[in-house]
Design a protein around this ligand. Structure first.
Ligand SMILES: Cc1ncc(C[n+]2csc(CCOP(=O)(O)OP(=O)(O)O)c2C)c(N)n1
Length: 676
């Protein structure tokens, strides 16, 4: 049943005609911009104009004058191709970042009105969307962050909602099903998904590709599902009200016509992303009786928007500020620190203590175990740290004392994502984008591909999320090649703005964690071994030696002729090879390279001094791709050329020739050939 205006929607004094013209203002701003840009996607902004008007003018909690208001509702346009809807909305709502000149610069280089919305929370854009499905999954992460912060600070301080507008495309993507399932299970009642149910995608009718009951999917997962007429502001508004009243997450199926109001394309496949011409605009203006010029918003409509967004929220904003001001000083400082996205003071000292302990105890242990210990001590020092894994709690061991975040325990700090890596990746992005929490995700390195779209979005959005990847090579042993990453280091390193850390022992692990958490403008991948590794750092250093990305771990005795470069578990192999070479009177140095990206940032002189002028051998139990940068044209690489195999780890390292003896032999052979 379609919800009608009879449901008790918030009272409004806006006459029907004005309301409809408020939606038309979205339509014509969007159309004018798309026509001017000579490209864009008109279908969604036109089809969703009433949905957006209902949400923004009646329900959403925001303050356009303070886009970063911590207790604002979060709005995500998951169908990001319809970006002009967001820009029109933000303009009409009075966000300073979107004056009419920005609307006119749609899709131009340097504008804020990008082809797809790009995260700029200070301007009103919460997340970057475009890859379908990511936005709705981000929204679920945001709802988790809100629920945890609400449990921490109470309703007076944190009590906001997350609204996601999605198209058919978002709901067809697999990640959507993962998060629908989890959001229903977690009963994220302040989450509402508005589905632009226009039965049309780029290829044409949805009938080509889907026949299931989409509403049923949500219902089965425990959501409230409401039908609304997506072109009736009252109908949508009434549904939004019902969403607010139900403890379950809500999906509102808004029946719409794609490209509504564009006579030539309305309801057609071509409305999705087809070109809009001046004549189309004439026809649209005539059909709607819109007598205003391009980019012109009549003053009564502009005023109505102003009143119903800024005006409606003014009191809530002021009283919230007053409640924050009345908080006990310690609680207020805590809230403000979270809102600024700063970490508390003493976490770095805890890592320094851990380093000292590792040097003193010199345990042979996996960097995965070291990382699990580090996460535990960080969790103690950083109350907003929220960890989680896709059903790999045991092997990644990051839960420890953190209770589970569940429908009944919002104070829990460990999310059991179920076997849903993609959901985890996108949700931690949403949590980070929401702010106020520090999300960590943990899984096996070989499953990072299951969350790769989310990793790319984290890098693109410059989100400070850290993902822990254990089981990083053939060193996992008997589970075999399905679980043995080979090409993953190269693949992660290929991603712009992704810092890939592969520590060699507990000391390096602590140093890498310090660097990863200090990185506030991009994600980090913490790559850890399953197998125990001998400690390679015997002394306590005052400086963080990993900070420059690579460093001479052990200098040659005598004038260096060979440089052995390695990461993670292969640093020990390099040290073994060095012993062999030195015993033969060949001075060799070992360079540990825990983070290539940081090393790349160093000045040339430092890099040259580290990698040396003699022959070079790179050692990594992974694919060669990328290593030529460090070992040079004539350098040797000892690593993997194929997938791994099933067998004990030691046997595999021997089988694939990743041994100290082979490394030493390669160096000697190169010395015969001459330096690089
Ligand atoms: C992951 C992903 N795959 C494909 C695309 C390309 N794409 C953009 S919009 C679209 C169709 C989406 O259909 P729908 O969500 O119904 O949007 P509407 O046609 O209603 O605007 C496609 C395939 C994309 N942006 N992201």
């Amino acid at each position: 049943m379609i919800v009608s205006a009879l449901a008790a929607a918030p009272s409004t004094c806006t006459p029907v005609e004005t309301r409809n013209r408020m939606a038309d203002a979205i339509r014509f701003l969007s159309l004018d911009a798309i026509e001017r840009a000579e490209e864009g996607h008109p279908g969604a902004p036109l089809g969703c104009a009433e949905i957006a008007t209902a949400l923004f003018t009646r329900h959403i909690r925001c303050n356009p004058a303070d886009p970063l208001w911590f207790d604002r509702d979060r709005f995500v346009m998951s169908n990001g191709h319809g970006s002009m809807l967001v820009y029109s909305l933000l303009h009409l709502s009075g966000y300073a970042g979107f004056p009419i000149d920005e609307i006119k610069r749609f899709r131009e280089l340097g504008s804020h009105t990008h082809g797809h919305p790009e995260r700029a929370p200070h301007l009103g854009i919460e997340v970057t969307t475009g890859p379908l499905g990511q936005g709705v999954a981000n929204a679920v992460g945001m709802a988790v962050a809100e629920a945890w912060l609400n449990a921490t600070f109470g309703d007076d301080i944190v009590d906001h909602r997350t609204w996601a507008l999605v198209g058919d495309g978002c709901l067809q993507e697999g990640v959507a099903q993962e998060v629908i399932s989890l959001a229903g299970h977690l009963r994220l009642g302040k989450l509402c998904v508005l589905w632009d149910d226009n039965r049309m995608t780029d290829d044409g009718s949805t009938e080509f590709a889907i026949s299931e009951d989409v509403r049923g999917r949500f219902r089965l997962a425990g959501w409230q599902v409401i039908d609304a007429d997506g072109h009736d502001i009252e109908s949508v508004s009434a549904a939004l009200l019902l969403a607010k009243r139900d403890p379950r997450p809500t999906m509102i199926a808004c029946r719409t016509t794609i490209g509504k109001g564009l006579p030539r394309l309305e309801g057609q496949r071509g409305a999705h992303g087809g070109r809009v011409f001046a004549k189309d605009l004439e026809e649209a203006r005539a059909a709607a009786g819109w007598q205003h010029g391009p980019f012109e918003v009549p003053s009564d409509i502009a005023a109505a928007w102003q009143a119903s967004v800024s005006g409606r929220n003014a009191a809530a904003y002021e009283t919230w500020q007053a409640r924050v001001a009345a908080l006990p000083a310690k609680q207020r400082a805590y809230l403000q620190r979270l809102a600024r996205g700063e970490l508390p003071r003493d976490w770095i000292e805890r890592l320094a203590d851990f380093r000292c302990r590792m040097v003193a105890e010199a345990p042979a242990r996996s960097t995965n175990e070291a990382t699990a210990d580090i996460v535990a001590l960080l969790a103690d020092a950083i109350p907003e740290l929220i960890a989680g894994a896709p059903d790999l709690e045991g092997p990644t061991n990051c839960k420890r004392a953190l209770g589970a975040f569940t429908a009944g325990n919002r104070a829990g700090r460990y999310v059991h994502y179920g076997i849903r890596e993609h959901a985890m990746g996108s949700m931690i992005n949403g949590m980070a984008a929401h702010g106020g929490v520090l999300p960590l995700g943990a899984t096996y390195l070989v499953f990072s591909d299951y969350m790769r779209p989310a990793l790319r979005m984290a890098a693109l959005m410059e989100l400070p999320v850290v993902t822990i990847y254990s089981h990083d090579s053939i060193g996992i042993g008997k589970n075999g090649p399905t679980h043995q990453p080979v090409e993953y280091l190269a693949s992660l390193r290929a991603m712009p703005n992704m810092a890939v850390f592969r520590p060699a022992d507990g000391v390096e692990a602590a140093e890498c964690w310090e660097l990863a958490l200090s990185r506030r403008n991009g994600p980090s991948s913490m790559i850890c071994s399953r197998q125990a590794l001998p400690p390679v750092r015997a002394a306590v250093d005052s400086e963080n030696r990993c900070a420059r990305g690579a460093y001479v771990l052990t200098e040659a005795e005598g004038e260096r002729r060979v440089t052995l470069l390695a990461t993670g578990s292969e640093v020990a192999v390099a040290l073994g090879a060095r012993d062999i070479l030195q015993a033969k009177g060949i001075p060799a140095a070992v360079v540990s390279m825990p983070c290539w990206e940081l090393f790349e940032e160093q000045d040339e002189a430092y890099r040259a001094a580290v990698i040396g002028t003699g022959v070079r051998v790179g050692i990594e139990a992974a694919a060669r791709l990328g290593w030529d940068r460090w070992i040079g044209e004539r350098g040797e690489f000892i690593g993997m050329k194929s997938f791994g195999a099933s067998g004990p780890a030691d046997a595999l390292f021997r089988h694939f020739g990743i041994t100290a003896e082979r490394v030493a032999k390669a160096a000697i052979r190169l010395l015969g050939v001459g330096p690089n």
